[in-house]
Structure formats: structure tokens, C-alpha cells
Ligand binder design. Structure first.
Ligand SMILES: [Zn+2]
Length: 141
């Protein structure tokens, strides 16, 4: 019995290694373009990333109707609501607000304005505009 369980455990472990986890290419505040599905050619704000399933949640995209039971304890009314479902990360692209197109990003090394070491910034591959710093962690507090 124990041997079988161990074999199953090893099998599931191998499957977990096999399924490749893709790194999240987006930051909070990024606009993401949808490449396929019902919301194809539309863009939405990045909400969160499911790193186990490689899926992206975008605000107001891939909406489904969803019935919720009323919860009197928390004073929540029941009824029909809309929730976002996820989109696979390979069906999305970074959306550049400057050139208005889906694009990819590349790194550019530039001299720091304060002098000293040069810094790396992410820029649009089409127009060279720098990525919005909205989601980037703000400097040392
Ligand atoms: Zn651009």
C-alpha cells in the first residue's frame, strides 16, 4: 500500500515538473491585449496572474454570469453577478499605450540621470517608449 502511494507521489511530482511554469510578463498597472477568444483585439487592465496555470486575469475581460447565494451573516444579497475568468498568458500581449498596439518589450541600458551606474529600462519594441512605472515598486521609503 505504502509503495503504491509513493509511486503515485513520484508520478504526480514528475507531472508537475513537466508542466512548464511561465514567468509573469506583466506588472500591476500594465494594459494587456487579448490575442484570441471572445475578447480578441480588446485590451484590459492586468489584475493578477495564476503562476500554476500560466493564466492572466484582466479587468472586464472574459466575463461570465455567475449566480451567488445570499449570505445573511455578511449581509450580502444574492443574485446574478459578473466575474472575470482567466486567459492563458500565451494568448495575451503587452499593450503599448503610446503606439496603441500590442507589442513586446525589450531592455535598454541607459545612463542614470543622477550619474553613477547605468540602469536598465523596459521599452516598447515598436516605438521605444518606456514602460509605465505605475506598477513598479516606488523607490526606497
Ligand atoms: Zn509603443
Amino acid at each position: 500500500m505504502a509503495a503504491k502511494n509513493r509511486a503515485e507521489r513520484l508520478k504526480s511530482k514528475a507531472a508537475a515538473v513537466k508542466s512548464k511554469r511561465l514567468p509573469c510578463p506583466y506588472l500591476p498597472g500594465d494594459t494587456v491585449f487579448v490575442l484570441s477568444g471572445d475578447d480578441k483585439t480588446k485590451s484590459g487592465d492586468f489584475m493578477r496572474y495564476d503562476s500554476k496555470k500560466n493564466r492572466v486575469y484582466l479587468k472586464g475581460r472574459q466575463m461570465v454570469q455567475h449566480y451567488v447565494k445570499a449570505n445573511p451573516n455578511e449581509n450580502l444579497p444574492g443574485g446574478m453577478t459578473s466575474v472575470e475568468l482567466s486567459i492563458h498568458v500565451t494568448n495575451t500581449a503587452y499593450y503599448c499605450s503610446v503606439c496603441g498596439k500590442p507589442t513586446s518589450l525589450r531592455r535598454r541600458v541607459q545612463d542614470s540621470p543622477l550619474g553613477g551606474e547605468s540602469e536598465t529600462v523596459w521599452v516598447c519594441r515598436r516605438c521605444g517608449a518606456a514602460r509605465k512605472p505605475a506598477g513598479a515598486p516606488s523607490g526606497p521609503a
